[in-house]
Design a protein around this ligand. Structure first.
Ligand code: MTE
Ligand code: MO
Length: 523
């Protein structure tokens, strides 16, 4: 081996980075052929999400919102780049150790893929394996060239300029090869979702046998800055653990219904669902990770079949009528498990197996072809997207995904109100300022919203007409604002007379409580 020179460091680091690119590209290509979910970045990211403590998950959602997944993947790439540089530097001195290091990281990717709840078994090892071999080979090859670059003139076999050219040529080939393989892998991965998109485009949603009640006049206020009564699909919040949106072909979709107390197990296809009586309902969905005043709530017009009817057809009785199962566990194609009380699903509320959202088939991100929606319960205990299995069991016998991660077994939505306008730190002019927002207490309804300015008395806001107790309700409060800094606070009272508590709690384990305040300055 030649004497070490500073530029060996630079070229070693470059070799490491090229090796990592080759590894990722080969893995993406293999994943594109087999299963996009098994690509190492997605697998490691997914495994990281699975192992994320509730508080960290919460922090990520709070800090990065819907970009949490992008941030996670960029973080993984950054760590990988750093490790690649280290391995490249190591390989300059110890070629074998460098290449072996790459293989070890391939092992980490493979283990991560195998550990995912939706793992397809050994084939999920192949992308990381292909990546590890390609990466190790590139590192081995490049650092082999490198040891000759810069050999002092006069030593046997030296041809410094020629060797450097050969190294750079090899490096450029590795880079070009990786780019090509990576692009091909990406193209294959995106075409793997084509059947799902095509089957969605082919869906003709039947008219509901039981349409949603027409919106009462005055249920949708038109106030600048307020959340619209119906959240357009494109603006509807998205919270899930899927780094790659599951692409389900509706023509091949099946839903099994089985478990204790099921006397007639069912196996339904998408057409079977569409042939049943469909009901259409306005229901507000909220996430347990929503902070007081946060954005993870949305209201949509859902179309679907009554989940209780399907369960009854399978022979299921609720616990109050002697049924042995108190928990309904829904499973998605991506391995999510969600536990819902059978009693609530069958108590007459509009629990749905939804196929439509605001007049179109479910968007892929919101669970196409079928998801659950249950009024009154947070999404993580009710709203399984990309559903494929319903199992009747007990709370004692089984803990679903989030319950194993410190969240509560049962989680009814807490009464909340949110000030949409004015925004925090706004500077409205003195005079009439319209304070407005939304309040929700699904399945109990909103009876009253009050607003307080600074430490003044609580005063009634005007409520929009109530569309249903399962939806949020808009409210407004015309305020004669005097110049200076002010704190606006809102509180709601639900249909059972319970006033939104001032007691602040964190989102873990069963949803944030407390009142939303906004600080502004009136000019
Ligand atoms: N398959 C699957 N379904 C899921 C989740 C998930 O991670 N995977 N997240 C749940 C949570 S926590 C919420 S709040 C709702 C959010 O639904 P949305 O993304 O359509 O708003 O979906 C629920 N259903
Ligand atoms: Mo959620």
């Amino acid at each position: 081996m030649s004497t070490w020179q500073p530029r060996h460091g630079v070229l070693g680091a470059l070799s490491g980075l090229l090796s990592a690119s080759a590894a990722l590209a080969a893995a993406e290509l293999m994943a594109g052929v087999l299963r996009p979910e098994a690509g190492p970045v997605v697998a490691v990211g997914g495994a990281a999400i699975d192992r994320t403590p509730a508080a960290v998950k919460d922090w990520a959602i709070r800090s990065f919102g819907t970009h949490d997944k992008l941030v996670l993947q960029l973080g993984i790439l950054a760590v990988l780049g750093l490790l690649a540089v280290v391995l490249g530097l190591l390989a300059v001195r110890h070629r074998r150790a460098g290449a072996a290091g790459v293989l070890v990281f391939g092992g980490v990717g493979a283990a991560a893929a195998l550990s995912r709840p939706d793992s397809a078994g050994v084939i999920d090892v192949l992308p990381s394996l292909a990546g590890a071999l390609a990466g190790a080979a590139v590192l081995w090859f490049l650092t082999g060239r490198l040891t000759r670059v810069g050999t002092p003139v006069g030593e046997a076999g030296s041809d410094s300029a020629g060797d450097r050219r050969r190294f750079l040529l090899a490096a450029a080939s590795a880079a070009a090869g990786s780019a090509a393989a990576g692009a091909l892998g990406r193209a294959l991965a995106s075409s793997s979702g084509k059947e799902a998109a095509a089957s969605r485009a082919a869906v003709r949603l039947p008219l509901p046998g039981s349409p949603a009640r027409p919106l009462p006049r005055g249920a949708a206020l038109r106030i600048r800055g307020i959340s619209p009564f119906v959240t357009p699909n494109a603006d509807f919040y998205r919270v899930d653990t899927a780094l790659v949106v599951p692409k389900v072909d509706a023509t091949r979709w099946r839903l099994r219904v089985h478990g204790i107390g099921v006397t007639r197990p069912l196996d339904l296809g998408f057409r079977d669902l569409l042939r049943r009586e469909l009901i259409e309902r306005d229901i507000t969905l909220t996430c347990v990770s929503n902070e007081v005043g946060g954005p993870y709530a949305g209201n949509a017009r859902w179309l679907g079949v009554r989940l209780a009817d399907v369960l009854r057809e399978a022979g299921v009785r609720p616990p109050s009528r002697g049924g042995p199962a108190d928990q309904l566990v829904s499973r998605s194609v991506d391995g999510m498990t969600i536990g819902t009380p059978v009693e609530e699903v069958m108590d007459g509320r509009d629990a749905l197996l939804a196929v439509g959202m605001n007049g179109e088939p479910l968007p892929l991100e919101h669970g196409f072809p079928v998801r659950m929606v249950v009024p009154g319960l947070y999404g993580y205990v009710s709203a399984c997207k990309w559903i494929e299995d319903l199992e009747l069991t007990t709370f004692a016998a089984y803990d679903p995904y989030w319950v194993r991660r410190a969240w509560a077994r049962e989680a009814p939505v807490k009464t909340q109100s949110r000030i949409d306008t004015p925004r925090p730190f706004a500077r409205p002019k003195a005079g009439t300022v319209v304070v407005a927002g939304v309040a929700w207490a699904q399945h109990r309804g909103i009876e009253r919203v009050e607003v307080r300015v600074d430490d003044g008395p609580w005063r009634d806001a005007r409520l929009a007409a109530q569309a249903s107790t399962d939806t949020w309700r808009q409210w407004s409060f015309p305020w004669e604002a005097a110049p200076g800094p002010h704190t606006l606070t809102a509180r709601a009272t639900d249909g059972t007379g319970v006033v939104q508590t001032a007691l602040r709690t964190r989102t873990v384990p069963d949803g944030a409580s407390g009142r939303h305040s906004v600080v502004i300055t009136v000019d």
